[in-house]
Design a protein around this ligand. Structure first.
Ligand code: NAD
Length: 454
């Protein structure tokens, strides 16, 4: 591990990655390598949790390809030196900011979208000019092996290397000094990573999880809300960091909305055979999830097969904030519904909880929309939609508070792996001597002129 990091540091110090042409070449290479190995990736992820080629392309690879294309197109601009105005005190001079890559980076991925969560941060690192050590999640083991095979057989390890492993290997990696750590995973492990990074004062981006609420107000388009919520919740069998974790539905629309949710579930024909449903990633998670199903509250679903690692799309009706399912992120195909009467009180309840990664508002009411969007702190979200904000390449993506720090994709990703050096560049043909000793009353007067605060 130490040899690998040292080799990457030497390569970084050779300045090779600072060359924009090099970054573009590597990004193009990554694009082609992924394209050439698509079938291998589909096969691996299907073996791990029966994810279809359609879902793998739409929710993972398309996003990575889009990030690569955007990075190649924009890197000249992002990496260019940007001028800033010079204040009166410093004239004559020019001021500018030089972006520089942070150096050797460590990217740690989560298992739920293993390709996207490994390759998208790697794209951000490469476009910024960093070297990359990528540690994908070990849980979908075929996927992890495939990622390692594809990258390690095509890239020079001094620049981009996949290191496989679980807690033990990651703990070893985290003892070493990196110039940037980019972590995607749970809030609990995020704290471990942050502490390890603090020992070396390594900057981190933490892409964590949380309980993302979806509000449905009385005058929302209920049919559309039900359709979009059922799709976004049961995509990847609910194993999505920005999935609506629970619904906050106004009491007055209870029966109509429940019925629409049921129709949507039935119409969707969720089944691994239909390619629109996946297995729960491992037995441990199946067992964790079935403990959360309160049989008394099951409105639809509730059945499961532990051996096949499948849980039917489940809706729990009339849940309270105090129920155990509200204690932690569900991360599975169980959707609890809480009914509310008073929007202010409900917002206050959500604000007592850890800051969510996302928040969704289904409404036609501008006042309710603005209230929810402005009063609750969350990573990002949608109005009358769920999950899709991630697919807009013009947004940065990240959490806040317990759901993470920092953001990435597009220029935000470039910034996450960069430092911006501020440079004041002065000519030598003039040397005003106000700052030099001796300090006279006239100099004080001039100083007050430059620093006047009216
Ligand atoms: P996890 O925290 O268990 O694991 C993430 C990574 O950390 C893995 O690579 C794993 O090997 C490593 N790891 C696990 N325990 C460790 C330890 N004790 N020390 C060092 N490394 C350790 O998360 P997960 O189960 O893979 O993913 C689920 C979580 O990730 C959910 O909370 C989800 O919301 C979150 N998530 C967030 C995003 C996002 O973009 N914000 C995306 C996907 C998932």
């Amino acid at each position: 591990m130490q040899n690998l990091i040292q080799a990457q540091r030497n390569f970084f110090n050779s300045n090779a990655t600072k060359d924009i042409k090099f970054r573009k070449q590597q990004l193009k290479k990554l694009f082609n390598v992924l394209k050439d190995n698509e079938q291998l990736m589909y096969d691996a992820i299907y073996t791990d949790f029966k994810k279809s080629a359609f879902d793998t392309y739409s929710t993972e690879l398309a996003l990575v390809y889009s990030d690569i294309k955007e990075a190649i197109k924009k890197v000249d601009d992002w990496a260019s030196i940007k001028n800033r105005p010079t204040n009166l005190l410093n004239l004559p001079a020019i001021s500018y900011v030089i972006p520089e890559p942070l150096g050797v980076s460590l990217v740690i991925g989560a298992w739920n979208y293993p390709y996207q969560l490994s390759f998208a941060p790697a794209v951000s690192a490469i476009v910024a000019g960093c070297t990359v050590i990528l540690k994908p999640s070990e849980i979908p083991e075929n996927t992890s092996k495939t990622i390692a095979k594809i990258i390690n057989s095509n890239f020079d390890s001094d620049f981009f290397k996949v290191v496989e492993g679980g807690i033990e290997e990651t703990t070893e990696l985290l003892k070493e000094k990196f110039d940037k750590i980019f972590f995607t995973g749970s809030t609990a492990v995020g704290k471990i990573v942050y502490q390890a990074a603090a020992k070396h004062l390594t900057p981190v981006t933490l892409e964590l999880g949380g309980k993302s609420p979806a509000f449905i107000t009385p005058n929302a388009n209920l049919k559309i809300a039900a359709k979009r919520l059922i799709w976004s919740k049961f995509l990847n069998a609910g194993q999505t960091c920005i999935a609506p974790d629970y619904l906050l539905v106004h009491k007055s629309i209870k029966d109509d909305f429940l019925n629409l949710l049921k129709i949507e579930i039935e119409n969707s024909h969720f089944d691994t055979k239909n390619g629109n449903y996946v297995q729960i990633v491992n037995k441990r998670n199946v067992e964790r999830l079935i403990k959360l199903i309160d049989k008394e509250k099951v409105y639809i679903g509730g059945n499961y097969d532990i051996e096949k690692r499948l849980i039917a799309p489940t809706i729990l009706d009339d849940v309270n904030f105090e129920d155990s399912i509200m204690e932690e992120e569900i991360f599975g195909p169980i959707l609890p519904i809480i009914y509310y009467d008073n929007l202010e009180e409900t917002i206050a309840k959500v604000k007592e909880m850890p800051k969510p990664l996302s928040c969704y508002v289904f409404t036609k009411n501008k006042t309710s929309k603005n209230k929810i969007l402005s009063e609750i702190s969350f990573g990002g979200g949608c109005v009358n939609e769920a999950v899709m904000h991630l697919s807009n390449p013009n947004f940065g993506f990240g959490g806040v508070g317990e759901s993470g720090m920092g953001s990435y994709h597009g220029e935000e990703g470039f910034k996450a792996f960069s430092h911006f050096k501020s440079i004041l560049d002065k000519p030598t043909w003039i040397e005003p001597n106000i700052k030099y000793y001796p300090h006279t009353p006239l100099k004080l007067k001039l100083l007050k002129f430059f620093f006047r605060f009216n």
